[in-house]
Structure formats: C-alpha cells, structure tokens
Design a protein around this ligand. Sequence first.
Ligand code: FES
Length: 106
Amino acid sequence: MPSITFVAFDGARRTVTAPAGATAMEAAVRNAVPGIDADCGGACACATCHVYVDEAWRVAVGEPGDMEEDMLDFASDVRPTSRLSCQIKLTDALDGLVLHTPERQG
Ligand code: FES
C-alpha cells in the first residue's frame, strides 16, 4: 500500500497510507490531513486540493492533463510543481511520495 507524506507550509509532516488506485486527495481527506479542502469531491472542478509535488517525485508523478491545467488557473500561488491532488492516482511506484500543501487553498 503506497505511503504518502504531506508536508504543510510550516514544515509539519503527516505520513498516511492509501490503497493503490486511490487518489492523493482521497488519502489526505480520509486521514484528515489539514490543508486539502477538496470541495468538489475529486471532480477536477474546484482546485482546492492543490499541492506541490516534491521535486524528487516530479517525474514519477507526471504533468497535469489539459483539464487539470485549466483548473489550476483558479488556484493561488501556482508553481511549476503544482498539481491537483485529486488527479494524482496512487500506484505502488509512488510509494513514499512527498507532497507539499500550500498555505491556503483557493
Ligand atoms: Fe476539486 Fe480536486 S477535489 S479539483
């Protein structure tokens, strides 16, 4: 089962596990990780599940799709490593993934 570490803007780290096939957003919400609102429930329609992929994981996670890219326009402080966590599907290859949560969503 992949484990994911969420690092808050203040450096606080939370490591959770989730089954392969779940999204990083679902892993965060199910474990009450602060900093992920996920208002639309994973439909790529709210941008409140914004995260920054740790540089070491950027290639493995991949780039956002077109729809996600459009939705990221609604997130604040978007960076080259920005992704919507509801669009990151967890696989065993992503075991150990590190995601950074922004100071605020929206
Ligand atoms: Fe709404 Fe990800 S949960 S875009």
